[in-house]
Design a binder for this molecule. Structure first.
Ligand code: ATP
Ligand code: MG
Length: 165
């Protein structure tokens, strides 16, 4: 291991310290708090290296689509697949469209977005969709994030990050 000769000051919340402490207690060698943070950062960096691309699938309310698209374009997203879909969540569409039948499940129209992104903008894409698509009422939708193995631009054969530029 490299010499530990750089002192880094870290200001964190109580919640953060508690999470770090909880994690380090799951480690068989009970590392110090500093060592736990070093290991967690290493894990995060390694994860990003091994997962440079993700596919974000978001199910949102149709009337939010235009605004979400506009905000995603501002982030540098280069393409979006959009599909009109129908679905239901844990209320089974009940309180969104009331049709009288007590135990009936009602599919509700939604828009599904699929966006392939590199890790540099992944978190901002998730945050932007969440902030823009939210009304605070039930049925606002969901965001699913999948590791993306490979992407190919058909016309040029470019692959992976170059295919997403
Ligand atoms: N577990 C799931 N798997 C696949 N699609 C889902 C899932 N949950 C929700 N969806 C999709 O998202 C849409 C919106 O779901 P919704 O926002 O109602 O989720 P919810 O879990 O019921 O949350 P809320 O309590 O805020 O309504 C659904 O119509 C469906 O298309
Ligand atoms: Mg719901």
């Amino acid at each position: 291991m490299s010499k530990l000769d750089q002192r880094i000051q870290l200001v964190a919340s109580n919640e953060f310290s508690q999470l770090v402490d909880e994690w380090r207690r799951t480690q068989s060698d009970l590392p110090s708090r500093s060592e736990a943070i070093r290991r967690l950062v290493d894990m995060g960096l390694k994860y990003e290296q091994e997962h440079p691309m993700h596919l974000v699938t978001a199910v949102i309310r149709p009337h939010k689509y235009e605004e979400v698209r506009e905000e995603l374009l501002k982030l540098g997203v280069q393409g979006i697949t959009v599909t009109q879909v129908q679905g239901f969540g844990r209320q089974r569409g009940q309180t969104e469209i009331y049709r009288g039948a007590e135990y009936q499940t009602n599919e509700v129209p939604k828009i599904r977005l699929e966006i392939a992104v590199t890790s540099e903008i992944l978190q901002r894409v998730i945050d932007t969709i969440q902030a823009t698509a939210k009304t605070g009422k039930i049925g606002d939708g969901k965001i699913f994030v999948h590791a993306l193995e490979r992407a190919v631009r058909i016309r040029t054969n470019e692959d992976n990050a170059s295919a997403l530029d």
